[in-house]
Design a protein around this ligand. Structure first.
Ligand SMILES: Cc1cc2nc3c(=O)[nH]c(=O)nc-3n(C[C@H](O)[C@H](O)[C@H](O)COP(=O)(O)OP(=O)(O)OC[C@H]3O[C@@H](n4cnc5c(N)ncnc54)[C@H](O)[C@@H]3O)c2cc1C
Length: 402
């Protein structure tokens, strides 16, 4: 009987095994994960869960019984040490498990700060796993001082939670502006103003020189020479795809584990999906770090493992929650050269439309689900949108879809 092994029991791994079963795969399935918890959703870790507004069980993607009910062997707390691709075996300590097909859904690892600048002091947190966030949550108490390093979505979401909980929050961003890597200056301005209104001290164009303290972090020296007293620190300086196993097994790596449009790696028996995988997209190769990508790509891989031949056509979308603002992003803005602003119907609702020339690439919508939905449908249909219509808040957007 055929045996499919999946390494990485996160969003993509869980979606992949569920899709295999509900598409009728009746061979053996083993899902192996290094973390102790059954597969769970990460987005609430820096939002509702960290705020204490979401219970642990609600994080789980499926109840643990789902796996046994569907005859899926779920091995938690189990780190795969190596893949022996020529023998078609995965190696866990002294144990070897053979596979007919293997999927890698190993996700990504947060970048940490070097020990030489205080990265390993107690009280310095990253935000990736449930364990990371449970540890960090014990630090969140009114009036404490937190330094957040990095003004990307994770850093800003952590800042929003801390500010809502009454902490004194300082956020440093080495680049000229927060969200520089992912958004236009207009979106950065919107979120800077939002955080200022909640008392967050945002310092842009200022890096961290070092964290200081004996054993535990108590302070920070910034690149402009200023110093801060700090009770704890949160590092949100990006992630790297977890490609270690794949690399050691001799698979091709190119900004993540390199896959073809079907999700197959350079070894025909091995597939990859989610944060760890790069794939062809509109003539280039990209890697996405998002839940929708992890689910959609994993489901395509599951179908292809069962013998279909379907291409993964990514339809990128993302979201972020900060205070009472829901940001929804459709499309990818890479290559934009102009941005059109559209005020929404309600106070504080706004959308920014990214164009390359007259071609619509992406939309950032703040508390404007309608602008997001229409933008998403236009982008996915390869349609553009007349800028004079977009910039006129009284103009109805729906006719653009025709
Ligand atoms: C705090 C936070 C907030 C986020 N917010 C959003 C959001 O608002 N919207 C959004 O779209 N996305 C968000 N994301 C990103 C999203 O969660 C990820 O893109 C998604 O989880 C990727 O799924 P994955 O299965 O590829 O990786 P993961 O969910 O990270 O799962 C990978 C798993 O593989 C395991 N693993 C790795 N190597 C091994 C090994 N050798 N042996 C065994 N197991 C191994 C890891 O331990 C991990 O559990 C957020 C992420 C974080 C951390």
């Amino acid at each position: 009987m055929s045996h499919i092994v999946v390494i990485g029991a996160g969003q993509a791994g869980a979606s992949l095994v569920a899709k295999l079963r509900n598409s009728g795969f009746d061979g053996d399935i083993t899902l192996i994960g290094a973390e102790p918890a059954p597969p769970y959703q990460r987005p609430p870790l820096s939002k509702a869960y960290l705020l204490g507004e979401m219970e642990l069980e609600r994080l789980y993607l499926r109840p643990e019984s789902f796996y046994s009910d569907n005859n899926i062997t779920l091995r938690l707390n189990t780190h795969v040490d190596a893949i022996d691709a020529s023998a078609r075996e995965v190696v866990i300590g002294d144990e070897r498990i053979s596979y007919d097909q293997l999927a890698l859904t190993t996700g990504s690892v947060p970048r940490r700060l070097p020990a030489a600048i205080g990265g390993t002091l107690e009280g310095v947190h990253v935000v990736r796993t449930l364990e990371d966030v449970d540890q960090m949550a014990t630090e969140i108490e009114k009036d404490r001082r937190v330094l957040i390093i990095g003004g990307g979505y994770i850093g800003l979401e952590a800042a929003a939670v801390a500010a809502k909980k009454g902490l004194n929050v300082t956020l440093v961003e080495m680049a000229d502006r927060i969200l520089q890597r992912v958004a236009a200056p207009e979106t950065s301005d919107y979120f800077r103003a939002l955080h200022h209104a909640h008392g967050v001290d945002i310092r842009e164009g200022v890096g961290l020189d070092r964290l200081t303290g004996e054993g535990r972090v108590t302070g920070a020296v910034l690149s402009d020479g200023s110093t801060l007293d700090v009770d704890f620190a949160v590092i949100g300086v990006g992630i790297a795809p977890d490609t270690g196993l794949a690399e050691a097994a001799g698979l091709e790596i190119e900004n993540g584990i390199k896959t073809d449009a079907h999700g197959r790696t350079s070894d025909s028996a091995i597939w990859a999906a989610g944060d760890c995988a790069s794939f062809p997209y509109r003539g280039t190769r990209i890697r996405l770090e998002s839940v929708p990508n992890a689910i959609d790509q994993a489901e395509i891989v599951a179908r292809n493992m069962m013998g279909e031949n379907v291409d993964y056509i990514a339809k990128p979308w993302f979201w972020s929650d900060q205070y009472d603002v829901k940001l929804q992003i459709a499309g990818l803005n890479a290559g934009y050269d102009n941005v059109v602003a559209r005020p929404g119907e309600h106070d504080g609702s706004m959308s920014f439309w990214y164009y390359q020339g007259d071609t619509l690439l992406a939309v950032d919508a703040m508390n404007d689900p309608r602008a997001y939905m229409i933008g998403k449908r236009l982008i996915e249909a390869g349609k553009s949108a007349d800028k004079t219509v977009i910039s006129d808040p009284s103009a109805d957007l729906k006719p653009l879809l025709k």
